[in-house]
Design a protein around this ligand. Sequence first.
Ligand code: UFG
Length: 323
Amino acid sequence: RGLRILVTGGAGYIGSHVVKLLDALGCRVTVLDDLSTGFRELVHWGTFVQGATGDVPLLEDLFAAGRFDAILHFAAFSQVGESVAYPMRYYQNNVGGTMVLLDTALRHGVRRFIFSSSAAVYGEPLQLPIDESHRCLPTSPYGATKLTVERLLQDCAQAHDLGFGCLRYFNAAGADPSGVIGEMHDPETHIIPRLLGVAAGLEGAFSVFGQEHDTPDGTCIRDYVHVNDLAWAHVLVLQALMDGSRGLIYNVGNSRGYSVMEVVAAARAVTGCPIPVRFEKARPGDPAVLVADCTKIKAELGWKPRYEALEMMVATAWNRHKR
Ligand code: UFG
């Protein structure tokens, strides 16, 4: 309550849900977003500043104008396939932008930093479920940028008095039950919004990427975690940093996997629409199975997902979609 928090990428999908929660908890939130992939209409709370994390004069002004107790850094490009085609763009924005942000923050005395990392840091899993001690060997530039920033934070924490938290998200899904905010990407590549687009008649059929993966039904298995459960994990990490914790790294997932066809079935059940599917080639670089071991965040911070059921994730996304 009363904490001053800078949220970069607060006009994005996950960032906007965290902003809503922080606002409800009485924090004073400033959202920094350049709207390159975010949406102004997702910013309903706090003070909005339009700009990039790599904009040195803007950041100088922002930090000179008011002290922040912590930074929650969501702003990043997040499309795995795009990162393969345009690696420089990803390194420039995700790593370069973070370097400017962190450097400015440290010079202005900010000592708490929470970073949106990703299951993509692990690469192809060696064993399942994946815990935080699993080796990190990203298979995409996107994953490499996330791992590079984790390393940057660890190095800066050693040199300066910095407390940081890295949350390795598995597949964020669903929307706030209010329907005021939700998942929006342009172009949309994520499974649940694409399924709902077909249900709403925006597209004729849903493309299933790959039918011959090494899974029971041949389609990829992912660990879907509700965006509000993810948001709550940030609040717990913030609390731990305020209480003096230093370097925290946690997986955030549901600890169970669903295949693409199970998500299709859930979307059919929730929307009551048949949702025709067509089977296509596997997406290059898609691991067959990603499932998180979340024992650490549960044991250390008492985090517990509230929206565990896949139907709940799809239903809250559908509620938003209909608006
Ligand atoms: N899928 C389809 N058809 C679609 C879209 C997706 O079959 O039209 C499949 C994918 O092949 C994958 C699953 O649905 O098996 C989930 O795909 P998403 O694109 O929704 O999510 P990803 O698992 O590819 O990626 C997400 C985040 C990344 C992050 C990654 C970490 O978007 O930023 O999780 O595991 F890096």
